[in-house]
Write a protein that binds this ligand. Structure first.
Ligand code: ZN
Ligand code: ZN
Ligand code: ZN
Length: 367
């Protein structure tokens, strides 16, 4: 039976051939998992998946890790090496046989591994695996969409738990609330966090990637809550901005309304054939028209899948054409230094006719 991992590998091979490249060389990471099903740790011991343009892929793995690799993958050809010899006795003959003239390396491969491959193949030219894999990974299949929906559902349910704290959130520190979030994500079926949980209270919300700290949530604080978890390896990522108790600062209500409208406009612009740039424009123009254009300091969104930030970028001038199955965030924000920030983020799937929102919880600021 053909696994989804093998099907993806065969698609990657036909793209390799179309690009005139001879092989992919992947070290542990999401690309390697995407093609092989192996979720290996990066380490100083070399693990490499070599996918030639034609024929079957080969794993090169440390002997002590061969068992789990064989158990996880459809790839039959798993060659092992021992600490006493290092990988040369296995890797050199493999590269000799393939003698590739163009090799695409995993984008997030360690420089030490890339450097050693370049030294072993002095005649070859090199490129990045994303040339082949980013377009494949952008379009999710049904199993991937199910995992993304489940991860988003865990995040939505967690956001509802957070809102339910209401006035009880006041007096807690950001870090304490982040711990509560992570506990609830797990309770709702998530595995770990997709990225460091952001709880940014009051002026801290003006830093889009604030690290949750020991600031206590006070009455009237806008609190930016941005978190995600994983289900079957696939991530969620959503943001709400909530005032748990008391009156928010001047201009907050206006800014929140603008960001919410911008977020809705971005989602409304999602349809097959539209560009990523058009989605950015739709959201950004609402913020600009309200006079906050220079305070919307990041792209409108990013692709989501096995990685929290993957292709496509939803960015000004972006020219990726939207196709059904693509999943990305729409997350405009306005950041007023020393005052507060507002961000609202949902994940959307491009459908045949428009967009499906993966996050559906209340977008308002009252708990
Ligand atoms: Zn981010
Ligand atoms: Zn986020
Ligand atoms: Zn995001």
């Amino acid at each position: 039976m053909t696994t989804p991992f093998e099907r993806r590998t065969r698609r990657a091979q036909s793209r390799l051939r179309a690009l005139g490249a001879d092989a992919l060389a992947l070290s542990p990471g999401r690309d390697l998992y995407y093609l092989s099903g192996v979720d290996a740790e990066r380490s100083d011991r070399l693990t490499l998946l070599v996918v030639p343009a034609d024929g079957d892929p080969t794993f090169v793995v440390p002997g002590l890790e061969a068992g789990p690799v064989r158990a996880a993958t459809w790839v039959d050809d798993v060659r092992t090496w021992a600490d006493e010899t290092g990988p040369d006795p296995v890797l050199d003959p493999l590269l000799d046989t393939l003698s590739p003239s163009r090799v695409l390396l995993a984008d997030r491969m360690w420089a030490a591994v890339a450097h050693s491959l370049r030294e072993r193949l002095p005649e070859a030219s090199f490129g990045l695996a994303s040339e082949v894999l980013a377009p494949l990974r952008r379009r999710k299949d049904d199993a991937e969409l199910d995992a993304l929906r489940a991860a988003a559902g865990a995040a939505d349910a967690t956001m509802e738990d957070v809102r339910a704290l209401g006035v009880d959130a006041v007096g807690r520190t950001e870090a304490d609330l982040a711990a509560f979030v992570e506990d609830r994500l797990a309770a709702h079926g998530g595995t770990g966090v997709a990225f460091d949980t952001i709880v940014a209270a009051g002026p801290n919300g003006a830093d889009p990637h604030h690290a949750s700290g020991d600031r206590e949530i006070r009455p009237g604080d806008p609190v930016v809550l941005d978190f995600g978890t994983r289900v079957d390896g696939y991530v969620s990522d959503q943001t709400r901005t909530v005032v748990f108790d008391g009156d928010p600062p001047a201009a907050f209500e206006d800014v929140h309304r603008v960001v919410r409208e911008a977020q809705a406009a971005g989602v409304d612009a999602v349809e097959p054939g539209a560009s990523t740039g058009a989605v950015d424009r739709a959201a950004r123009s609402v913020v600009e028209a309200a006079g906050y254009g220079d305070r919307f300091v990041h792209r409108t969104g990013h692709g989501v899948g096995l990685d929290v930030h993957e292709s496509p970028d939803v960015v000004a001038g972006g020219d990726v054409e939207l196709e059904p199955g693509m999943v990305f965030s729409v997350e405009p924000g306005v950041y007023l230094p020393d005052r507060f920030g507002v961000r609202i983020e949902d994940l959307v799937v491009v459908t045949e006719s428009g967009a499906e929102r993966l996050n559906r919880t209340d977008r308002g600021w009252r708990p």
